[in-house]
Design a protein around this ligand. Structure first.
Ligand code: AHR
Length: 495
């Protein structure tokens, strides 16, 4: 049963640029993310660059990874960066109290991470320790990585083999300060933030520092209100927000063998991102009419029960077409809010939560989420084309969700891209897009779809879900009619 959705494009010279940083990633010392994910060690038989697996480096370059957040997450507020520099034999161990209680040897530290970012040609985003660190420790970290002159930390860096500073722009001042970062009240954290941000300095980094305050837990609007009210804008570049697509924190449901009920509830939580951003932004607007402070959604993604037989503290889950629906709709939401949302980080890159890659020994597979990120690279730094969307509902058990999600942009070469998602678990949907405001002659398209929502790529069948060429559209008299199969993502290119 085809239904109808309609879209009208509203191109505007004043429309914002979709920052490529909306397509950022996150790698924490958690489970098999760093150790046995990114980092296999220099002596590994797995081909690597300074210990980081080459297949992963290549895959991340393909999706033009714009930034990478590290070392946490909750881990960040337990991490003492000086433990991860200098000769390996002198590095102390650390017990990862948040994630599985494992002991690690600090063999992947600041140099390893920042050199990796150079190889990836991506911007590092360092999350500083506020919860169990000191102002001096964080100020020293900034000096260590960013100061080119003579100073105690710059000298130490040089002693450790790195002459030139890395010039790190993005800094998180603590993580989830309302929870694992120290269970603080927003007023207390706002004051702490002011203190930390003051002493971080900028140490020769030409771009200056971009300081991000640890943001709200989902719909905690008071958190954003207090930060916006109490922190001077001169100290604040971004305010964060964390929201996971989760069914129920006490009963998260399976990663693969989920029911339609699980699917519908996950999508409800995922689409809630739109309302969340709208409300947090309305608060920000009250204190910052000129939009000088950005909203940074530095953790998002689907969160389910771990794969059977794996350590519950390692958060290892498979990635299905449901995750492709989360990625496609969430990225559309970010694009459409790109006047205020300037950065976001999918949790997490490899082997943890909604990963883009999963590894097993020498093997690595790319997930449906990876393919969505790749299809959406066309939106990086392109100008948003605002849309009016009228969508049919996806109905389930007496409840409804909007079936269609969309966003559009125009890139520097003048090409138009439209990303469409149909989340309906059963029905195809036809979308009519009035493009008469744009001068387009030809379209080409790619689709990500599969037979079942639970379908995924596995180590036995790594290319089960792959983007394919798509032709189920007609373009007549400025109107594009696209028929989207149930639970599919289509990206169109018009020139
Ligand atoms: O991404 C996993 C965890 O989720 C992070 O460590 C924490 O910030 C959030 O609660």
């Amino acid at each position: 049963n085809a239904q109808d959705a309609t879209i009208t494009v509203k191109p505007s010279k004043d429309a914002p640029t979709i920052s490529k940083h909306i397509y950022g990633h996150f790698a924490e010392h958690l489970g098999r993310s760093i150790y046995d994910g990114f980092f296999v060690g220099k002596d590994s038989p797995i081909p690597n660059t300074d210990g980081v697996r080459n297949d992963l480096i290549e895959a991340l370059k393909e999706i033009k990874i714009p930034n990478l957040r590290w070392p946490g997450g909750c881990f960040a507020d337990t991490y003492h960066w000086k433990d991860g520099i200098g000769p390996q034999e002198d590095r102390p161990t650390i017990v990862n109290t948040w994630w599985g209680g494992v002991t690690e040897d600090n063999s992947f530290g600041t140099h390893d991470f920042l050199n990796l970012c150079e190889v990836l040609e991506t911007e590092p985003y360092l999350a500083g320790n506020v919860g169990s660190g000191t102002v001096k420790e964080l100020a020293d970290w900034v000096q260590y990585v960013n100061h080119d002159g003579t100073s105690p930390m710059a000298d130490l860096r040089k002693q450790n083999g790195r002459e030139k500073s890395w010039g790190v722009t993005y800094w998180g001042v603590g993580n989830e300060m309302w929870g694992c970062g120290g269970n603080m009240e927003p007023e207390f954290y706002a004051n702490l933030y002011r203190q930390y941000a003051t002493f971080m300095g900028s140490w020769n980094n030409e771009a200056g520092l971009y300081r991000i305050a640890s943001g709200a837990n989902s719909a905690d609007y008071n958190w954003t209100e207090v930060l916006m009210k109490n922190i001077p804008k001169s100290l604040l570049d971004g305010v964060a927000l964390h929201h996971y697509s989760v069914i129920d924190w006490n009963k998260k449901g399976p990663d693969v063998d989920f029911t339609e009920d699980h699917y519908f509830t996950t999508m409800k939580s995922s689409l809630f991102m739109d309302q969340l951003i709208t409300k947090h932004v309305a608060i920000m607007d009250k204190y910052d009419k000129k939009k000088e402070v950005d909203l940074v959604v530095d953790e998002w993604g689907g969160w389910y029960e771990v794969q059977e037989g794996t350590n519950p503290g390692f958060l290892y889950q498979q990635n299905t077409m449901r995750d492709a629906m989360i990625a496609g709709t969430t990225l559309n939401i970010f694009n459409n809010h790109s006047d205020r949302v300037k950065m976001a980080n999918l949790a997490q890159t490899v082997n943890v939560l909604q990963a883009v890659a999963l590894t097993k020994g020498e093997q690595m597979i790319l997930t449906p989420t990876y393919h969505i990120l790749k299809m959406y690279t066309v939106h990086h730094d392109a100008q948003l084309i605002p849309l009016d969307l009228d969508t049919p509902d996806y109905e389930y058990n007496g409840d409804t969700l909007p079936a269609i999600s969309a966003s559009a942009s125009k890139d520097a070469e003048g090409k138009t891209h439209i990303s469409l998602v149909n989340i309906d678990a059963h029905k195809e949907n036809t979308v009519s897009i009035d493009l008469s405001a744009l001068n387009i002659k030809d379209f080409s398209a790619e689709i990500l779809a599969s037979d079942k929502l639970q379908d995924h790529n596995s180590f036995e069948d790594p290319e089960h879900i792959m983007p394919e060429g798509f032709k189920d559209f007609k373009f007549k008299k400025g109107v594009l009619e696209v028929t989207l199969p149930a639970f599919s993502v289509v990206v169109l290119e018009g020139k």
